[in-house]
Structures are given as structure tokens and as C-alpha cells.
Design a binder for this molecule. Structure first.
Ligand SMILES: Cc1ncc(COP(=O)(O)O)c(C=O)c1O
Length: 375
């Protein structure tokens, strides 16, 4: 019998995806001017309760234009977590501004507001909050901090679409918020992203940055440098169909996460991200496992054994301050022990939507066997 392979993630398309894609092809509207782009933007802005939504080609593109619209430049400082994806820092570096990193909390794996506050100087222009793996940053208190110091907040909600803090959706807190719709996200468009804001000026700038700063009145006339970060109608068609199933997706993700949690919570060799924090309940974008003790084998070996048993995993983020291209720029001697510890000792287990209860049972059983044998 062929051994089963459980991918770390796999999207499911069991709604109107094919129907809407067929519509794009039959109407020949495949570029960014098609009706699904507008429909997808409207759905997201209504859901997150933001006035303006700008669909783009990736979550990275969303962050690029969010930063560009706030005109960060040389001499400005931007505070952000070091335990996050590389997309968060690229445009800060390109614009000549200085990234100021914050370590994460060892329990929630998110940044604490008190740690952010310590890094504020009179050069701080923007704070980027990134919700990690399914739990949120304390946005209400971050907004108070931003207001007190007159600092703009960008909220990267890519990993938590649907998560709420006191009945308010994540992605509705920052001056600008961003989402990714990469294959492994709660909604996927293949590749895609979204910028949301209530500020008309920022929305206009983001639209211009998305579309190469084409002048509305004078074709092929450009007042600034932009990108082609447009989302195609094909991608948006998939997004609209996926959006129609979002409630079900969130329910399923939480079911998978809670079931893993129940299965693994009593193990003393590992630590899990909590089911909830003071303000929100985990939406389990991924299910992370942090190895607490030194065993006879390291996490690479654990992942290798799991893979041989048909279970694909992914390591945690490698922290930004440790990235080779940043080391050259910053020569930072800063230490971020929690983020470094997480990066060296954490990985996540399969949590795709097609995962079955007996898959989770099998994965947990195999993980427990490894811990029993080598720890
Ligand atoms: C928090 C966060 N921000 C941004 C991104 C980048 O999104 P994309 O892969 O769509 O460029 C990701 C991707 O995984 C992410 O997790």
C-alpha cells in the first residue's frame, strides 16, 4: 500500500471557484479591470469594516505600498517584530529608513506593547504590528501608544483573517492594514493581497502605487514611481469564491487547532501557542510546536523523521535581525533571545483544510513516539 503523505498545507476549492473562473474566461475579462477585483475589494472592506480596500498581487506588495504611502525615508525609524516574514522589512530597507526590531514574547510568540514602547524615539515614524500564527497583538493598547506619540500604525493581519478583538476584526485597527492570500492563508487567490484603510488620501496613494502611477487623465504620464502590483480578475474570482466559504474555513481551522491542542497539551517536552490570550481566541493559521528541552536529536532530525513517516512540516520564521542581507546593512549587535530560541526550536505541523481527525491522531502519535524515544 502506498504510504500516505500529509502536506503541511493544502487549500481546498469546493465552492464557486471554477464557475467564477469560467466566467472570467468566457467574458475575456482576465486582467485587473474585471468585475471580480472590485467585488473582492468590496467584500473584504465590508467584512473588516474599513472604508477602502485595494487588491494587490501579494501580501508583500500590500506591505510595500502601505509603507510607500506613509513616505518613510532615510532618517526615519520603523519598529517591527524580528520574529516575522521577510516581507515586513523589505520596503523599509529600500526606502532608506531604519528597522528597529522588537523581540517576541515567549508565551504568545507575539510582541508585547511594553517592549515596543521601549524602542520609541523621536525618529519613530511607523510601528508595524504583525499578528503571529493565529493569535493577535494587543491592538487596542498599541493604538493608544501610537496616538500618544503621534506614530502611524500598520497592521499586518495576513495570518489572522477573521480573528476578532472585542468584536472588532483584526485588520481594522491600523491606520493601514494588510492581508496576504497566498496558498496557505485562510482565503487564497493563488497569490494575492489587500491593503485596507479608512483614510482617503492613503487609499488614493496606494491605488497609484499599485498601478505604476498612471495618470488618470493623461495616459502614459507618471508623476511618481510605482509598481505593477495589480490583482488579476482570475485571482480575484477565486478570492470571491473562497470568501463565500470563509466562516466554514475559520470554524474548521479552529477545530483542527483545538484538536491538536487537546492531543498535545500535556506533553512536557513541548510548548504550544496558547488557545487564547487576554483579548482574543487563537484562530490557528498554523499549529506550531516549540521543543522545550534538549533531546538526543535536534528539530531538523525530528522534522526529517516526521517527513519519512509522510508528515510534512515547516520551520518557524528565521528572525529578521539574523538575515544575511540585513547583517551587512545594520551590523547590529542586538540580541533577541526569545525570537532566536523560537526560530531554532520551533516548527509547525500540517493544518490544511482537508486534514481529517485520524490524520491529526496519526501525526500526534508519531510526534509522541519521537519525543518518547529521543527525549
Ligand atoms: C504576516 C505575513 N505578512 C506578509 C506575508 C507575505 O505575503 P505574500 O506571501 O502573499 O507575499 C506573509 C506570508 O506568509 C505573512 O505571513
Amino acid at each position: 500500500m502506498k504510504k500516505k503523505f500529509i502536506p503541511v498545507n493544502e487549500p481546498i476549492f469546493n465552492g464557486n471557484e471554477i464557475k467564477y473562473l469560467k466566467n472570467c474566461i468566457s467574458t475575456k475579462w482576465v486582467g485587473s479591470d474585471g468585475k471580480f477585483v472590485n467585488a473582492f475589494e468590496k467584500k473584504l472592506s465590508k467584512y473588516v469594516k474599513r472604508k477602502y480596500a485595494i487588491a494587490v498581487s501579494s501580501g508583500t506588495a500590500a506591505l510595500d505600498i502601505a509603507f510607500a504611502s506613509l513616505k518613510i525615508k532615510k532618517g526615519d525609524e520603523v519598529i517591527l517584530p524580528t520574529f516575522t516574514i521577510i516581507s515586513c522589512v523589505n520596503q523599509i530597507i529600500r526606502s532608506g529608513a531604519t528597522p528597529v526590531f522588537v523581540d517576541c514574547d515567549l508565551t504568545t510568540w507575539n510582541v508585547n506593547i511594553s517592549e515596543i514602547e521601549k524602542k520609541i524615539t523621536n525618529k519613530t515614524k511607523v510601528i508595524l504590528a504583525v499578528h503571529i500564527y493565529g493569535l493577535s497583538v494587543d491592538m487596542p493598547n498599541l493604538l493608544k501608544l501610537g496616538k500618544k506619540h503621534n506614530i502611524k500604525i500598520i497592521e499586518d493581519a495576513s495570518e489572522v483573517l477573521g480573528l476578532e478583538i472585542k468584536n472588532k476584526k483584526c485588520g481594522s485597527f491600523g491606520d493601514i492594514s494588510t492581508f496576504s492570500f497566498y496558498t496557505n492563508k485562510h482565503i487564497t487567490t493563488g497569490e494575492g493581497g489587500m491593503v485596507l484603510t479608512d483614510n482617503l488620501e492613503i487609499a488614493k496613494k496606494c491605488k497609484n502605487f499599485r498601478n505604476l502611477f498612471f495618470d488618470n487623465k493623461k495616459r502614459f504620464y507618471h508623476k511618481d514611481i510605482g509598481w505593477n502590483y495589480r490583482m488579476s480578475n482570475l485571482n480575484a474570482a477565486v478570492g470571491v469564491a473562497q470568501f463565500e466559504n470563509l466562516k466554514k474555513t475559520i470554524r474548521l481551522k479552529r477545530l483542527i487547532g483545538n484538536y491538536y491542542y487537546k492531543n498535545l497539551k500535556s506533553l512536557s517536552d513541548i510548548q504550544l501557542q496558547p488557545l487564547k490570550n487576554n483579548y482574543t481566541k487563537n484562530i490557528f493559521w498554523v499549529f506550531g510546536v516549540l521543543i522545550k528541552k534538549k533531546g538526543k536529536i535536534n528539530i531538523n532530525k525530528i522534522r526529517e523523521i516526521l517527513f519519512k513517516r509522510g508528515i510534512q512540516t515547516r520551520p518557524f520564521f528565521w528572525p529578521l535581525h539574523k538575515q544575511p542581507f540585513l547583517a551587512k546593512i545594520k551590523k547590529s549587535k542586538d540580541h533577541f533571545p526569545n525570537s532566536e530560541y523560537l526560530s531554532k526550536n520551533g516548527f509547525y505541523l500540517p493544518s490544511g483544510l482537508s486534514l481529517k481527525k485520524n490524520d491529526v491522531d496519526y501525526i500526534c502519535k508519531e510526534l509522541k513516539k519521537i519525543l518518547f524515544n529521543f527525549f
